[in-house]
Design a protein around this ligand. Sequence first.
Ligand SMILES: [Zn+2]
Length: 65
Amino acid sequence: MAEHRTIAPNEDPVCGMTVDVAQATAKGLVRTYEGRQYVFCGKGCFLEFGDDPETFLAKDFTPSM
Ligand SMILES: [Zn+2]
């Protein structure tokens, strides 16, 4: 299993933004991956993460907008 970065429960793993978890949940901008929940600021990040979660969770990935 690949090692992942430390990502806060309210952090968008794609762009690094802090996300309101309740709002993201209401909008369906939540994904569960390998038993963990990730939240996203918008549809763009949500879709990007779905294409290749490992890219965004990799130790050497730096989130940017
Ligand atoms: Zn985002």
